[in-house]
Write a protein of this length. Structure first.
Length: 197
């Protein structure tokens, strides 16, 4: 009987911990509006990962396999994946480069990374980045968001909270994306092809 009670207690604790990680998602961009939108993108991405993978490919040219690797194997939160790739496109850099930089500076948050890359709060670039995140948030929200509403969400991890890479070297899928034929951004930044390179 004690064994059964202990097992139930451990199972409940693990479930509560997964929910807590999900509810405590904090990208730390330095902007409340951005943090809120990324939190919602995080919820939508967890609710329908396949749609999220497709959206990352159509919006930023990032190979689905790489997005899947970040989410499932490396335990990145969808909001972090989205922000990394939005930042990469804005800076005309590969998403993998932004991911690597973020991983090299664990715990600093997205605001610190953006500043290191020359994007200052309140600047024109900062507002353009907010616009990209807002556009992505609207697209995911229009899709219907989480199909698992009311159910505990699986934790996709959060690089900013010290999640561990589970032995992957960060090489990911060497697929080069759509090689600049990005049709998902309605003419903005066409031809940059920086997604998953």
């Amino acid at each position: 009987m004690i064994t059964l009670a202990l097992a139930a207690s451990l199972a409940f604790g693990a479930s509560a911990q997964a929910q807590t990680v999900s509810l405590n998602y904090s990208p730390r961009t330095g902007d409340v509006w951005l943090d809120t939108r990324l939190g919602e993108i995080n919820t939508y991405g967890r609710g329908d990962p396949d749609y999220f993978y497709d959206d990352m490919y159509s919006s930023y040219g990032v190979p689905r396999d790489y997005v899947r690797e970040l989410y499932t194997d490396r335990r990145w939160a969808p909001g972090d994946i989205y922000y990394a790739c939005a930042l990469a496109q804005m800076l005309d850099r590969p998403c993998r480069e932004i991911v690597s930089d973020y991983d090299r500076h664990p715990g600093q948050g997205w605001g610190a990374l953006a500043k290191r890359m020359g994007i200052k709060p309140g600047s024109e670039q900062f507002h353009a980045l907010k616009g990209r995140v807002g556009k992505g948030h609207g697209k995911l929200k229009a899709h219907g968001g989480s199909k698992h509403r009311g159910k505990p969400m699986q934790s996709g991890g959060n690089p900013g909270k010290g999640s561990q890479d589970r032995g992957h070297s960060g090489q990911g899928n060497q697929d080069k994306g759509n090689k600049g034929q990005d049709k998902g951004n309605k003419g903005q930044d066409k031809g940059k092809g920086n997604g998953g390179n």
